[in-house]
Write a protein that binds this ligand. Structure first.
Ligand SMILES: Cc1cc2nc3c(=O)[nH]c(=O)nc-3n(C[C@H](O)[C@H](O)[C@H](O)COP(=O)(O)O)c2cc1C
Length: 207
């Protein structure tokens, strides 16, 4: 994930510069995150509120991102979906591979727009499509030979053009976005945006 920008002519805002930050956090996020059409999707940590009251977390692929939020796709039968049904709030952490940048987004989670599941499905590799169809606790409990046999039997279905029955999309709608950047000669620094009635409030925080 390079964080390459949609518009190559766009001025890349430096979090450590003395300039006034962009008023719109999504403008900054667009500079940092790859476009939705880039096949190598960011791996992000999705944190939810466990049904036992403890935080829960796991890695997911960021399927898409725009001013309405951050979309991810998963199995409707998964624990995260049960947790989101009980408490539709989450945090999403993006760490850049060089460890020089981090973005933490907190907000409300809603079902993603109809059609998003098909778009995200088409962008998944053949392996991930098959995984989405076969990935059950029942399979996970079987001996390796049996798991291999079931995987091989399924591989005969070419392409898997339709999303798995349980495949579903959600969108995290940010109420807070916190951008973190390292610096070689001084302390790391964060730029936090908090949603307000009339736009976004910004603050610089210790890294
Ligand atoms: C690199 C990576 C990418 C993953 N991407 C997804 C994904 O996009 N969607 C998903 O449901 N699970 C994904 N997983 C699996 C989840 O981390 C998790 O194990 C699974 O969704 C079950 O989580 P839950 O029981 O908390 O619901 C990914 C795991 C890794 C390591």
């Amino acid at each position: 994930m390079s964080g390459s920008v949609v518009d190559p002519g766009m001025h890349l805002f430096d979090l450590h510069a003395d300039d006034v930050p962009p008023a719109d956090p999504f403008a900054l996020a667009r500079q940092w995150l790859p476009g939705d059409d880039e096949p190598d999707r960011p791996r992000v940590t999705l944190s939810t509120i466990g049904e036992d009251g403890y935080p829960d977390a796991r890695t997911v692929l960021l399927s898409a991102f725009d001013d309405t939020g951050f979309a991810f796709h998963t199995a409707a039968t998964s624990r995260k979906v049960a947790e989101l049904a009980a408490a539709p709030r989450a945090a999403l952490t993006v760490l850049w591979p060089d460890h020089q940048r981090q973005l933490v987004v907190r907000g409300d989670v809603v079902p993603d727009a109809p059609g998003s599941a098909v778009t995200a499905w088409r962008a998944r590799t053949a392996y991930l499509r098959q995984l989405a169809w076969l990935n059950t606790d029942e399979l996970a409990g079987l001996p390796l030979d049996e798991r291999r046999a079931r995987w091989a039997a399924f591989t005969t279905r070419p392409g898997l053009p339709s999303p798995a029955d349980s495949w579903t999309g959600y969108r995290l709608q940010p109420r807070e976005l916190t951008f973190w950047a390292a610096h070689p000669d001084t302390a790391s620094r964060r730029l936090q945006y908090v949603r307000a009635d009339d736009g976004w409030r910004t603050a610089h925080l210790a890294g």
